[in-house]
Design a protein around this ligand. Structure first.
Ligand code: HEM
Length: 133
């Protein structure tokens, strides 16, 4: 149940951030605030996924990666205006898009796998190793 709720929150916020980001990019629409709100929800879901993963034995390193990544996403988001302004700014925009997509993928992955490990408890070493792979 918790997995499903987090997946739905992530799906809605991720799609919302992506769709609004593309509208900002292609049509110059002024939807920054709501885009940043969706983006922040993605980052918070990644933070939750990272914290859940850190509390498992198998995904501890990925959990640390997730927590650090969750801090980078909003910092990069709000500072990107000023990075490489001018002709090369598309590089930063593309990097921001990729960082955002990476955050969505990593959050979904960590939430699903760490909650599956927690449901399983310490039983079934063979099945646990399948989740980790
Ligand atoms: C807290 C998180 C986020 C913040 C603060 C944030 C902030 C911003 C800002 C300020 C812009 C406009 C930049 C400009 O016009 O130069 C932007 C654009 C954009 N964002 Fe985000 N964003 C966040 C998360 C995400 C996520 C998760 C995605 C998912 C794919 C995403 C995708 C995009 C895209 C495609 C654009 C248009 C291209 C660009 O300007 O980079 N953002 N974002």
């Amino acid at each position: 149940m918790a997995t499903r709720i987090l997946q739905v929150i992530l799906g809605v916020a991720g799609l919302g951030a992506l769709a609004l980001g593309i509208l900002i990019w292609t049509m110059g629409l002024n939807v920054y605030a709501i885009h940043m709100l969706f983006g922040l929800i993605v980052a918070l879901t990644l933070l939750v996924g990272g914290i859940l993963a850190v509390t498992t034995r198998e995904l501890r390193i990925w959990g640390i990666v997730g927590i650090i990544y969750a801090l980078i996403v909003p910092v990069f988001g709000v500072t990107q205006f000023g990075i490489l302004p001018g002709g090369l700014h598309w590089l930063i925009q593309t990097a921001h898009l990729l960082v955002g997509l990476g955050a969505i993928a990593l959050a979904g992955n960590l939430v699903t796998r760490s909650l599956a490990l927690k449901r399983m408890g310490s039983n079934g070493a063979a099945t646990r190793s399948q989740i980790v792979r």
